[in-house]
Design a protein around this ligand. Structure first.
Ligand code: ADP
Ligand code: MG
Length: 147
């Protein structure tokens, strides 16, 4: 487990970019943390690290946004508005989680039962006593190891 402190969005973006550069096929990253902590900023950096140049934003009305133009396919899930886990099956999440690309999932707790055991959990937290832009980012191994 590793903890990184960032003091501005650019630093979180850069952390994501480094992870994107090192990403391997089949990895699944769970991005947990409250609204506005920087899950999408980290994802944007990650995409950049994979060589994806287009804009990456949280999909508002779709749960999944796929990017095929980088070094590896990137599957960006934001399941904030999911009603039922079955929607993940309709989307075909298994091809993403168990394929050759990399999956990043915002709000993973809402689809916990379908997450693979080897998923890497990244938790982003604010600490307002440290300032508005302070973020503590914990990169775990797998959920099991944290328990
Ligand atoms: P989420 O996807 O977790 O809801 P976003 O990534 O969309 O959050 O937004 C994070 C917001 O917090 C952005 O407006 C960003 O500029 C701001 N911010 C401030 N400091 C940081 C930081 N250290 N890391 C990431 N984002 C930060
Ligand atoms: Mg987001």
């Amino acid at each position: 487990m590793k903890t990184v402190i960032t003091q501005k969005p650019e630093e979180t973006f850069e952390l994501g970019r480094q992870m994107g550069r090192e990403a391997k096929p089949g990895q699944v990253y769970c991005l947990s943390g409250d609204l506005g902590v920087g899950k999408t900023v980290l994802t944007q950096g990650f995409a950049s690290g994979l060589g994806i140049e287009g804009p990456v934003n949280s999909p508002t009305f779709t749960i999944l946004q796929s990017y095929e133009e980088g070094r590896l396919p990137l599957y960006h899930f934001d399941v904030y508005r999911i009603g039922d886990v079955e929607e993940m099956e309709e989307i075909g999440y298994e091809d993403c989680f168990y394929g050759e690309g990399v999956s990043l999932i915002e709000w993973p707790g809402l689809v916990e039962e379908i997450l693979p055991e080897n998923a890497v959990w990244i938790t982003i937290e604010k600490d307002l006593e440290q300032g508005f832009d302070y973020r503590r980012i914990t990169i775990g191994e797998t959920k099991q190891n944290e328990d």
